[in-house]
Design a protein around this ligand. Sequence first.
Ligand code: AHR
Length: 674
Amino acid sequence: MQPNKKTLMGSFSIFISILFISASASAQNDNKTNITVHLDSMSVLINANIYGQFSEHLGSCIYGGIWVGEDSPIPNTRGIRNDVIEALKKLKVPVLRWPGGCFADEYHWKDGIGPREKRPKMVNTNWGGVVEDNSFGTHEFLDLCELIGAEPYISANLGSGTVQEFADWIQYTTSNGDNPMANLRRQNGREKPWEVKYWGIGNESWGCGGRMRPEYYADLMRRYSTFAKNYSDNQIYKIAVGPNVDDTTWTRVVMQNGGNAFHGMALHYYTNNSRPAADFAEAGWFDVIKKTLRMEELIGMHSVIMDQYDPGKKIALIVDEWGTWHNVEPGTNPSFLYQQNTLRDALVAASNFNIFHKHADRVRMTNIAQMVNVLQAMILTNDEKMLLTPTFYVFEMFQKHQDAIHLPMEISAPDYRYQGEAIPAVNASASIDSKGLIHVSLANVDPNQAQKVSIAVRDFKNKIVRASLLTADKMNAMNTFDHPGQVVPTVFSEYKISGGILETTLPSKSVVMFELEGKIDSKIGAARKIDHPKPQLKYAYYQGVFMNLPDFADMQILREGLVGQFVMPPDHGGSDFAVKYSGYIKIPVDGFYNFYANSDDGARIYINDKLVVNNDGRHAPIEVKGFAVLNAGFHKIEAEFFQAGGGLAFDISIEGPGLEKQIIPAGMLFHSND
Ligand code: AHR
């Protein structure tokens, strides 16, 4: 089957066909892939940060790839390449990690601020011994983040820096006060602080970051963490160094000894391949895909340990370095890690994302290594030329999964066999977004055989299908500066509906994204019958000193009563208390409803016993969104809130068909004594 070659180049919705599916399928394996997607168990958000990236002072990632300087003939904005900015904006990069990598543990940030001509130089000992002139520093990085709309993630120097340097960096970037670092920032031309939520406490401290034992690292991390202060409204999210590949001892020791000192733990796993990036045969294809699929096993083994210490999954597993690591391109500096990027890399990216989505309850950020010109890059540059890699296009096609709700699926796929070894030929994942659109992403990793696939989405009547495809004739097809359009997404139209099931044939070595628009079965958002609904919600009031929402079942209620809306109960005392609200919400018409919890400190919303919004943790006012499919009528609603001192804020809003975003009015809230 030949794919339609009409180029998508960024737009997803060119082809539309009208179809009707009433889905139901069995997942028997008749030499085709059978997929059943379940709408009734949707719950976990695919954090947009799973689509994060990483940029290090390494080779030509920063210098040449991103930063060319204000005087460069290459069009730029305050020194940052315009072509790169425009390309990255298309990916909606949610978060960007910097300045390393191994570089981070020899980086002294104060060398990278102030007038550029006065900045001291250093030697980049990790990456080729080149001279780093520090012309790209904190201001330039945060400017880049603002230009592309990404949240910054700064990896701090634990290996050769000091706690004071770390604390100063946070004060410099995030404080609005009258203090030495904020004043230094103002002197350097930036009046307002930035928001820098994500801070890494070291990088690979088991290796280039200091060759520490996990016991020593855990203690040191606790110490650094203590001096990571929140200024103004900036609430720091601390990311501890996690395991190298399958080092479960590291995971266990840091989880056990790390106290409450961190919010996320970073796993590093590369698809290592000591072969060329573009010149390979099937052995190289198979080996790289097989190694990539190991990500699932690794996430599983570290999650099991994290679950033992953190069953509530408060600590995220953050895969902040992943991707292919091939041999460098012949003739390039071996320390610069410059590699081409082929269709095989696209399959690696797609397969990793399908794995990350499946584990979205624990994996809440990942950062591919790296953004430009290094390892599995989105973008390659050569002086004024720039190209977008096959990996870039996977990020573009898959961005529909960002902040959507993961939909569990059953999948049975035939094997792709090579020289006595086998891996599943097809991998996939699915999500539903706040407009009710379902996205199913698929990777056929078999380089020889097209794969028949049936997709049944239970409880869903499909009306419109849109699809895009990334493939090429050769396994090692790639984009080059002379031929930048060899591997680009195209409209995909090779599918039909048969017996209510979407039947398709994925070309060999391809990535496909389906977008399904239709009607969800009424049982998914089923309302309940309430015999004697009365206005107002019930509340229960508790006291205690909390870092996070407590387990209310284990606590003693101090007071109970009724409130008209989600507001503070009377005589709440101002600090160190928690409230649990319960009742029913009356929904006017069937549809998708967004719920927003704006709180200081933590809050959660449950609808019909499912967690819909999680805004837990000690923090300044932050609004977090979630959504639910609800039919007209009554639905159980519960909310939890805690206050730990400092500012206090709490409100819950709703938005839905014919309902502009508003604080849930008293007229929609009820309780029952039956
Ligand atoms: O991404 C290249 C390097 O790989 C990073 O600097 C380091 O953290 C890892 O070993």
